[in-house]
Design a protein around this ligand. Structure first.
Ligand SMILES: Nc1ncnc2c1ncn2[C@@H]1O[C@H](COP(=O)(O)OP(=O)(O)OP(=O)(O)O)[C@@H](O)[C@H]1O
Length: 349
């Protein structure tokens, strides 16, 4: 039995079902990222876990204790919000100690715990500052310290980094991850950002329209997407059907040494632009993987590389390269078989 168990959870708003039979088992000390497009039900799942909304069917338990219908304050789950939700008129120390005061801790014990947390989140020395005097990154660390102060059974983070600018965001996500490893708290984090999920989570649950499409390690989700939705969401931005490939004299696909056969026509292949290499037409073609001959239509400088769009008949494919191939250059685009994600079209919605 896992530490946190969500089983067959169903939530609806009126007639509209927004979570369908969600099963999620989280081990103690694990960080799970809930990843998915806007409206897929991530926040609803967190709200159900925290007890902010009613559950239509299913169960939630922590350490064997059924909390499906417990009041939020009886669950020992704390949430860190995107907006920090700090008290602006209180100092950093008073914000961090707020939950402990509500729990009627003794003054000395609160001071001791607050100092411990200030040290943990690297804010020692800022105890007496008002939170309004802090930067966004510092405020989010206060919010985290306040949430951790009461030693929650589960820490829930709802898009905790989305109000921070890009550079601070990169630092804070590594800090939270390091803290989670050090302190061993169990947590669920909601994010839109696939890279944030890859960096921070032990496992990622990808949600689509109220269902979990796939749950697995970051490597599983990125390298072995189970469905076309996950492949696409995780950045496999090119898509071709086997029919398209077979119909074109300029495309060829070899998998396990075999040229694609007629029986595989119901299949569809996804790949990332980063996995597609470009070469001149007079180079010897590779004998495995996908090969497409076409013309460079556009190239865009992305800083560390150039992204090219390559036209082959009515298909426009994307390929990255460290050098810039000018528009109208005839090229061969090649993707190794190991970087192709192949699905039967019954998977494709
Ligand atoms: N109070 C509500 N009443 C009715 N429908 C709601 C309510 N809250 C959310 N929904 C609907 O439930 C679905 C899931 O919403 P939810 O906020 O959980 O998605 P999300 O994945 O967190 O989205 P985002 O990333 O944009 O925050 C959406 O279709 C939304 O419109």
């Amino acid at each position: 039995m896992s530490y946190l168990n969500i089983s067959r959870l169903k939530i609806s708003y009126g007639e509209k079902v927004v979570l369908h039979n969600i099963d999620l088992a989280v081990e103690k000390g694990e960080m799970i990222a809930l990843l998915g497009p806007s409206g897929c039900g991530k926040t609803t799942l967190l709200n159900a876990l925290c007890g902010f909304i009613n559950v239509n069917a299913g169960d939630i338990s922590i350490a064997g204790r059924d909390i499906t219908h417990s009041a939020p304050e009886q669950r020992n789950i704390t949430m860190v919000f995107q907006s920090y939700a700090l008290w602006p008129h209180l100092t950093v120390a008073k914000n961090i100690g707020y939950g402990l005061k509500l729990r009627k801790w003794r003054r000395d014990d609160i001071d001791h715990r607050v100092n411990e947390l200030l040290h943990i989140v690297n804010l020692s020395g800022l105890a007496e500052m008002k939170v309004t005097e802090l930067s966004g990154g510092q405020r989010q660390r206060v919010a985290l310290a306040r949430a951790l102060a009461i030693e929650p059974d589960v820490l829930v983070l709802d898009e905790p980094l989305s109000n921070l600018d890009a550079k601070v965001r990169l630092n804070v996500r590594h800090e939270i991850k390091a803290l989670q490893k050090k302190l061993g708290f169990t947590s669920l984090i909601v994010t839109h950002d696939q890279q944030e999920a890859l960096v921070m989570a032990d496992r990622i649950a990808v949600l689509n329209q109220g269902k979990i499409e796939q749950i697995g390690t970051p490597e599983d989700i990125y390298q072995r997407p189970a469905t076309p939705f996950v492949a696409d969401f995780m950045g496999a931005d090119n898509k071709l059907s086997f029919n398209d490939i077979q119909a074109s004299a300029d495309m060829a696909l070899h998998i396990n040494g075999n040229y694609l056969s007629a029986s595989s026509q119901q299949q569809i292949v996804y790949f990332r632009s980063a996995d597609a290499g470009l070469s001149e037409l007079n180079c010897t073609p590779q004998d495995s993987g996908l090969t497409v001959e076409g013309l460079v239509e556009q190239s865009a400088f992305l800083g560390n590389l150039y992204r090219h769009s390559v036209r082959c008949n009515n298909h426009l494919l994307l390929a990255d390269a460290s050098i810039c191939w000018p528009p109208q250059t005839p090229v061969r685009l090649h993707v190794p078989a190991s970087a192709l994600h192949v699905f039967t079209s019954s998977h494709v919605r």
